[in-house]
Design a protein. Sequence first.
Length: 138
Amino acid sequence: MKKQAGPAGTVDEYIKAFPQDIRKILEKVRAVIRSTAPAAVEKISYLMPTYWLNGNLVYFAGYKKHIGFYPAPSAIIAFQKELSPYATSRGAVQFPIVKPMPLALIRKMVAFRVRACATARTSPGTRALPRAARYRSG
């Protein structure tokens, strides 16, 4: 990865900081997200590309040996079988750079998150409950 003077301010700047081989993969992941969630707002959050649609939709990040994809824990659970060849954690998956990027799977996970974010709103003009409120008991 190239050295930057500071954190990227845009997704374009973020991607340009990587070597050409990783940059091509990041551009493909970005294109899949943008085509699957065209209404999502693209920004940098937590120092990585982030897509926002009534809340955090997905994040992705480039690393030396893998692409990190962060679709939220619900997507990791929903696609557990398809993700079995990859390293996963509660809300993240690592796609090795040395293997073909599973763009069709990424597309399915983004579509899943689009549906989840669409149902997160209770009515137009209101926000979903804050995380702490969702997990409070009676």
